[in-house]
Design a protein around this ligand. Structure first.
Ligand code: GLN
Length: 193
C-alpha cells in the first residue's frame, strides 16, 4: 500500500519534504486547514521554519487538538528543526511548549549567532555518515525514558526517536541530492518496520 504522508504546510521548508517523499514513492497531502486532517494518514511531517509562528497558526486554524491527538495515538512523525521544537515536552530557553508529545528537553537557536548555520556529516542510527545541514538549529539537551538517541554532533544530540516520533535538529530535505536515507528510514517507520 502506498504511504499517505501529511505534510504540515503552514510555513517553512515543506516543499522539499513533499518532493523527496514523492520521489521515494509516497503519496503526500499538504495540511493547511482543519478540514485537511479528516483524512486517514500513515505519517506526518513537521517541517523546519519558525516554531513560534507554526505553533500560533496551529491554534488559530483549529488544527492543534486534532494533530496532537493523532501524534499521541501513535501516528508516525518526522519532525525537523522547528518541528522538533513543536514535539518537545520541555524547552530550556522558552516557556511556551507546543505538542509536547516527546520527552526531550530542547534548546532553541542553540548554536548562537556565529554558528547559526553549518553543514557536517555524522552517523545516524546504523548509518555511517549522512549529510546534516543546520539552520539556526536547536539541539536536544536531555532525553527522557524510552527515547533512543540516533545522532550526535560535537557531543550534542541532534536526532532522537521516541516510538514513532522521529525528531531531527537538522534539515535532511535540503540534502537529498546526496542522501535520502532519513526519509527512507521514516517511510520504514510508517510501514511498521
Ligand atoms: N530557529 C527556529 C525556531 O526556533 C528553528 C529553525 C529551523 O527550523 N530551521 O523555531
Amino acid at each position: 500500500m502506498t504511504a499517505k504522508i501529511g505534510v504540515l504546510a503552514l510555513q517553512g521548508a515543506f516543499i522539499e519534504h513533499i518532493q523527496v517523499l514523492q520521489d521515494l514513492g509516497a503519496e503526500t497531502v499538504e495540511l493547511r486547514q482543519a478540514a485537511d486532517l479528516q483524512q486517514e494518514l500513515t505519517g506526518l511531517v513537521l517541517p523546519g521554519g519558525e516554531s513560534t509562528v507554526q505553533g500560533k497558526l496551529l491554534h488559530d486554524l483549529g488544527m492543534y487538538d486534532a494533530l496532537r491527538e493523532q501524534i499521541a495515538a501513535g501516528l508516525p512523525v518526522l519532525a525537523t528543526c522547528a518541528g522538533m521544537i513543536l514535539l518537545a515536552e520541555r524547552l530550556s530557553n522558552d516557556d511556551k511548549v507546543h505538542f509536547a508529545t516527546m520527552p526531550i528537553t530542547v534548546r532553541r537557536n542553540a548554536y548562537g549567532r556565529q554558528l547559526g548555520s553549518f553543514r557536517t556529516h555524522a552517523a545516524f542510527g546504523s548509518l555511517d555518515a549522512i549529510p546534516m545541514t543546520f539552520i539556526r538549529a536547536p539541539y536536544i539537551e536531555q532525553v527522557g525514558e524510552g527515547v533512543q538517541v540516533l545522532a550526535e554532533v560535537d557531543g550534542k544530540i541532534v536526532a532522537a526517536q521516541y516510538g514513532k516520533q522521529l525528531a531531527l535538529a537538522f534539515h535532511p530535505e535540503l540534502d537529498v541530492a546526496e542522501s535520502t536515507a532519513v526519509h527512507e528510514y521514516f517511510l520504514g517507520i510508517c510501514e511498521g518496520n
